[in-house]
Design a protein around this ligand. Structure first.
Ligand code: HEC
Length: 180
């Protein structure tokens, strides 16, 4: 019997994970992502799809299994620390940003032109918003993907998420990945 209980638990966790991951391989080429005009850019898009799946799956798993009270170390804080380490090592940049106007931490307010345009596009229903930027050190693919309220537990620390419509993005992940 214990075995079946475990099974149901895994299944419900997987359902939640599926709800977060709008950009898995199955979503490749969906609305918002342009055709494969340049193989290097298409490869970079694929990397972002994979990263998005891994990061979002990790945040949901941590929240599900380890976060029980408001004073627990939030998966959001873990993500910010992880993203900081990944950036310092020179892999890529990714930021956890607010789309509601009421961030937990002001540092997570969208500031630049790309992030502000991304909030508008994601709120209008896009699941992928991108731009290629040319800089002195090469080309970079910027991508934003939405974060909806996927679990009741999110509201424990972000009370205003209770007002979000089902599926409405309350946040986003904003990537800047070198095109190689
Ligand atoms: C235990 C409390 C807690 C829970 C539960 C929680 N968060 Fe957070 N969240 C935080 C904290 C603290 C930050 C700020 C992290 C930082 O910048 O270091 C944050 C940041 C965020 C941000 C970035 C914008 C902002 O408000 O600063 C988003 C988006 C977010 N959380 C979404 C979620 C979602 C979706 C869930 C449910 C899966 C969730 N959070 C559950 C505490 C929590």
């Amino acid at each position: 019997m214990k075995k079946w209980t475990g099974c149901a638990c895994v299944l419900s966790a997987l359902t939640v994970l599926a709800a977060w991951n709008l950009n898995g391989p199955a979503a490749a080429g969906k609305e918002g992502s342009k055709p494969a005009d340049d193989p290097a850019i298409e490869r970079t898009r694929d990397t972002v799809r994979m990263l998005d799946d891994i990061y979002k799956t990790a945040v949901v798993l941590i929240t599900d299994k380890y976060v029980h009270e408001e004073t627990d170390f939030a998966a959001g804080s873990a993500a910010v620390a992880l993203f900081d380490a990944i950036k310092k090592k020179g892999w890529h940049e990714v930021r956890l940003l607010d789309a509601t106007g009421e961030p937990y931490d002001d540092e997570n307010t969208p500031r630049d032109d790309f992030d502000r345009a991304a909030v508008k596009a994601l709120k209008a229903g896009k699941t992928w918003f991108e731009r290629v930027e040319r800089r002195k050190d090469g080309r970079f693919l910027r991508v934003a993907t939405p974060i909806p309220v996927v679990m009741k537990k999110c509201v424990m620390c972000h009370p205003h998420y209770a007002q979000a419509k089902p599926g409405e993005p309350i946040g986003l992940l904003s990537y800047t990945v070198p095109v190689r």
